[in-house]
Write a protein that binds this ligand. Structure first.
Ligand code: GL5
Length: 833
């Protein structure tokens, strides 16, 4: 007999069971454990218990959104660098008291338990972490929005050091299960590759049919994203690639086990690994396959939900959905949305083009020309033949339109300009090869294009896409990046957070960081400075503990903690930092013991991963470790100077390092770092910055007070000219001395370091592209200013407070509000609690 389904509505159980009992229940029934738990068990039990509260909130939010049918923002990104979830979830949901108490009853400390979690490292660096901060803000601001990406089985590689060299180990992060995700067995889409395209007659209409030669299934996994101080929990939907048929049974029956497994392997390969690159291209076909895989599944998913409510009224789509392309990685969305609406839904080209361009927007995240993706036409035509056709038609229309638009140019000039703006163009290094320029496709196919800091957005308009900007000036915008103040101040530095809350008399700054400006009134207050200093000291002690654990050394905790953590890249100039450390070391060596006692002691920390194929970056890491090996052992100087490379830099390591930092280095060649976001995290935590006039440093200096920042180096406007004048550049004698030291083997490994020396020292052949030599002297001067300031602790603390007080602008809440208002046109829709 039919059951009475209305009677089956049961109350939520999670609220009814006390947390300690629930944790024990989870361990008992999910893991078969009965008492005698390890810390790892405590983490599992706690997470699976918290997960249920998270899902309750997630379900309520989505029921509400389903009823309201608001416009949604979909953030398409190949990377989401989420880090750990337990602390963030517990705090965002306001459950910290309850769970800390529960763990205490079971004999555990929340912090230690949280440490047992593996980082979800599905991103390389700033771009992926920005996407994660954006999700936190989208949920916190009650904006209907989801992230869409790939559930990589192996995230960013784990970095280890072997004799001071980087080695890469696989990041096997899913082995113990993942309590923060929810597999949606009812949400799957087919994704095709290769094959052929045909026209067929259907009535009096000609239709296009693409028959892929290979198909896989995209399986959805939802990762609920809790907002802070709101009942909203949004979603990050990640796709896993699985075979269409579980198993080729006929092959298996015929005894061909290998062939039976082949399809599974081929499918799973698509979502297996994150490409470990940061601002460098990876021209592998698999990468294009990954991009298409997640874009295709995401768009089908959105369209299927749209159709369930609005049927075929696709003109309404731009009022219900918009997509943000996080860099060029998801740009194939332009052609895929066209294809779905043209071939599957049967709409006309003009209508489809209008809908597509209204729905899409593109963010550029880098000026590195090599990172603006270009796919060979041959590769694209083979893997995505129908998309290649669509791109060709888009380009035909585009170049034809340009011809008309540019008709006041002289014919020759016009032809040149059109060729320069064509989405499909010759490879300048290989005339035989034609390329699809994904950035141009994104610019032409989007409503809005934005850079990620003021200076970068100007470079986007004036240089990278200047031709396009001249035609569509209003398409181009700036959206200065931000970071979530929850993870990057409140949760990673609870001591500072509580001092701030106590001082301001409110914790509202966690949602409204402009309130941090209230700290300015206390910046020179000696009693407040003392409390501020005490927090920093406690955080420094934690970092010292970590250094001890990794390197076995005790460090001087009264020394200035000087940090540079980010991907290793020539443009970020870790090398320049090392040169100044060597110079400092040499000066210390020359001093008498009395003089040394007066010097400012420093503990320098460098951390970051080098892309596996980036040879020069790996040499830079080795230089750091080699210099550290010499300096850290020197009995004369080791009280005053240390240099440590902390391996496997990731989100959770950043959460320990940033609160402890007193000086952080953001020293990229002016005009090369699009924004940087760790600079904002350091600023929030009251860390002083030494930096170039680049990326978001500029806006940080404006907010903090330029006199409080150690700015040095040439300006972006000078770079082109300086590069031209390279051959006549006269290097500083101190620089020459350091080059001779490294070349002469002062740190061993002479031959290995030779290419490094050559890369910056052979000006005659136009080397030193990133102008280390030009900035060297002013950098050393800025470092002297740092020392002088540190000697005046009261002044140092005043500045430190001014940094936090000036960080209001750099909350990702502000950034997301700007996207929502200026680009997405989505408005908050909050479920009732
Ligand atoms: C980056 C830029 O290099 C950073 O300057 C920027 O802050 C970040 C987020 O906008 O995007 N581009 C990029 O490819 N990675 C970045 O960190 O990985």
């Amino acid at each position: 007999a039919e059951l009475d389904k209305t009677a089956a509505v049961v109350p939520e159980s999670t609220a009814l069971v006390p947390a300690p009992v629930d944790i024990a229940n989870k361990l008992r029934y999910l893991f078969g454990r009965n008492g005698d738990y390890t810390v790892a068990d405590a983490y599992q039990g706690t997470s699976w218990s918290v997960r249920e509260k998270l899902i309750d909130s997630f379900n309520k939010t989505h029921e509400h959104w389903k009823k309201e049918d608001p416009k949604f923002i979909y953030y398409l990104s190949a990377e989401f660098l989420m880090g750990r979830s337990l602390i963030n979830t517990v705090y965002n949901l306001g459950l910290e008291g309850e769970y800390a108490e529960a763990l205490n009853q079971l004999g555990y400390e929340m912090e230690k338990v949280a440490d047992a979690e593996r980082d979800a490292a599905l991103g390389n660096g700033g771009l992926g972490r920005l996407a994660a901060c954006f999700l936190d803000s989208i949920a916190t601001l009650d904006l209907p929005g989801w992230g869409y990406g790939i559930r990589y089985k192996y995230g960013m590689f784990k970095q280890a050091l072997k004799n001071g060299y980087q080695v890469e180990l696989p990041d096997i992060w899913l082995t113990k299960g993942n309590p923060w995700e929810l597999r949606r067995d009812d949400v799957k889409f087919e994704v095709g590759f290769g094959g052929r395209v045909e026209r067929r007659k259907q009535g009096n209409k000609e239709v296009t049919v693409w028959t892929p030669s290979e198909k896989v299934v995209a399986q959805a996994y939802d990762n609920p994203i809790p907002g802070f101080n709101t009942p909203t929990t949004s979603n990050l939907r990640l796709w896993d690639a699985v075979p269409l048929t579980e198993f080729d049974l006929s092959a298996f029956n015929a005894g061909d086990y290998d062939r039976a497994m082949l399809e599974r392997e081929r499918a799973e390969g698509i979502s297996a690994v994150l490409y470990p690159n940061d601002s460098t291209p990876e021209g592998k076909e698999l990468r294009l396959k990954q991009q298409y895989f997640f874009v295709c599944a995401s768009l089908q998913d959105v369209l299927s939900r749209f159709k369930a409510v609005h049927g075929n009224n696709f003109d309404l789509l731009p009022e219900k959905a918009c997509f943000q392309l996080n860099d060029t990685h998801p740009t194939i969305a332009v052609a895929e949305l066209m294809r779905l609406l043209l071939d599957v839904e049967g709409l006309d080209w003009d209508q489809v083009w209008t809908i597509t361009t209204k729905c899409l927007n593109y963010t550029n995240h880098t000026v590195m020309p090599e990172a603006l993706e270009k796919w060979p036409v041959k590769v694209m035509a083979k893997m995505l033949p129908r998309h290649m056709e669509i791109i060709e038609v888009i380009n035909e229309g585009w170049t034809k339109w340009l011809g008309g638009h540019l008709n006041d140019l002289a014919p020759e000039e016009r032809t040149k300009r059109i060729a320069a703006m064509s989405i499909i163009h010759e490879n300048p290094w290989n005339k035989e090869e034609m390329l699809v320029n994904m950035a141009y496709l994104a610019v032409v196919g989007s409503s809005a294009v934005n850079g990620v800091a003021a200076i970068h957005s100007n470079i986007v308009k004036d240089e990278i896409f200047n031709d396009f900007y001249q035609i569509f000036p209003s398409k181009f915008q700036n959206k200065t990046n931000g970071v979530t103040p929850r993870r990057w101040l409140a949760w990673c530095n609870p001591e500072l957070a509580s001092l701030i809350t106590g001082t301001l008399g409110t914790s509202e700054w966690i949602n409204d960081t402009e309130k941090l400006a209230g700290l300015r009134a206390y910046a020179s207050d000696k009693a407040f400075q003392a409390k501020w200093a005490a927090v920093k000291k406690a955080k420094k002690a934690k970092l010292a503990e970590l250094i001890k654990k990794v390197h076995g050394d005790e460090v001087n905790q009264n020394a200035l903690f000087d940090i540079q953590i980010k991907r290793i890249h020539e443009y970020k100039r870790q090398y320049l930092n090392v040169l100044s450390i060597i110079w400092r070391y040499k000066q210390l060596k020359k001093m008498s013991p009395e003089e040394r006692k007066k010097a400012v002691a420093r503990v320098c920390v460098i951390g970051g991963k080098a892309a596996s194929a980036y040879d020069m970056a790996k040499r830079i890491i080795r230089l750091v470790t080699a210099v550290g090996d010499v300096i850290n052992k020197d009995p004369e100087t080791k009280e005053y100077l240390r240099l440590y490379f902390l391996p496997d830099y990731n989100v959770s390591l950043a959460e320990t390092i940033i609160p402890a930092a007193e000086l952080s280095q953001h020293i990229s060649t002016a005009g090369t770092e699009a924004s940087g976001t760790s600079n904002m995290k350091f600023q929030m935590n009251g860390c002083l910055i030494i930096g170039t006039w680049d990326g978001a440093n500029i806006e940080i200096a404006e907010e903090t007070g330029i006199d409080n920042v150690f700015v040095f180096g040439v300006r972006a406007e000078e770079i082109t000219q300086l590069r031209k004048e390279r051959k006549n550049f006269k290097t500083d004698p101190r620089w020459d001395e350091l080059m001779r030291d490294i070349e002469g083997g002062m740190f061993g490994d002479k031959d290995y370091f030779k290419p490094l020396v050559d890369s910056v020292n052979n000006m005659k052949v136009g080397n030193d592209w990133f102008l280390l030599a030009n900035d060297f002297a002013s950098y050393l001067k800025a470092q002297e200013d740092v020392d002088a300031c540190y000697k005046d602790q009261s002044e140092w603390l005043r500045r430190s407070i001014m940094y936090t007080a000036g960080s209001g602008k750099f909350s990702s809440d502000r950034t997301i509000r700007e996207y929502a208002e200026d680009i997405w046109h989505v408005t908050p829709s909050r479920p009732t609690a």
